[in-house]
Write a protein that binds this ligand. Structure first.
Ligand SMILES: Nc1ncnc2c1ncn2[C@@H]1O[C@H](COP(=O)(O)OP(=O)(O)OP(=O)(O)O)[C@@H](O)[C@H]1O
Ligand SMILES: [Mg+2]
Length: 114
């Protein structure tokens, strides 16, 4: 099994979810996450041009999906086609191996649990 974790801008979350609905996924988890890349975060201007504030972190969304090995590339493809415009700072996708999973209700293990 593989875990595909995509850190994407909040504004692209719904298009990513729509694209992922085209795959037969067992489930997914998403959460708001904060982070930074190499490009400085945008400056926030205060009222009447007085104060200027540069937050240290961007607020992103992280989507986490555990799938059977052969599906991982399909998940990556759906996220890319729905969120990438080819620019810097559009996010990251991390792919890692998952050793095991447990369905809490049935006790089933491994791929049967996802
Ligand atoms: N190496 C990393 N490890 C963990 N999270 C990361 C990493 N790099 C980026 N991120 C996450 O992805 C978000 C977007 O970062 P991204 O790398 O896309 O922007 P960038 O570094 O400004 O531009 P780019 O790398 O595309 O030139 C960050 O805010 C952070 O949450
Ligand atoms: Mg980066």
């Amino acid at each position: 099994m593989k875990k595909v974790e995509a850190v994407i801008p909040h504004a692209r979350m719904q298009t990513a979810f729509s694209a992922l609905r085209e795959l037969d996924l067992g489930g997914l988890t998403y959460y708001e996450s904060k982070g930074r890349g190499e490009i400085p975060t945008p400056v926030i201007h205060g009222g009447r041009g007085t104060s200027v504030f540069r937050p240290e972190f961007n607020v992103n969304v992280t989507i986490s999906i555990v799938v059977r090995d052969p599906i991982a590339d399909n998940v990556v493809g759906k996220i890319l086609e729905s969120t990438s415009t080819g620019l810097a700072g559009e996010g990251k996708i991390f792919i890692s191996d998952i050793d095991d999973a447990v369905d809490i209700g049935s006790g089933e293990r491994g791929e049967a649990a996802i």
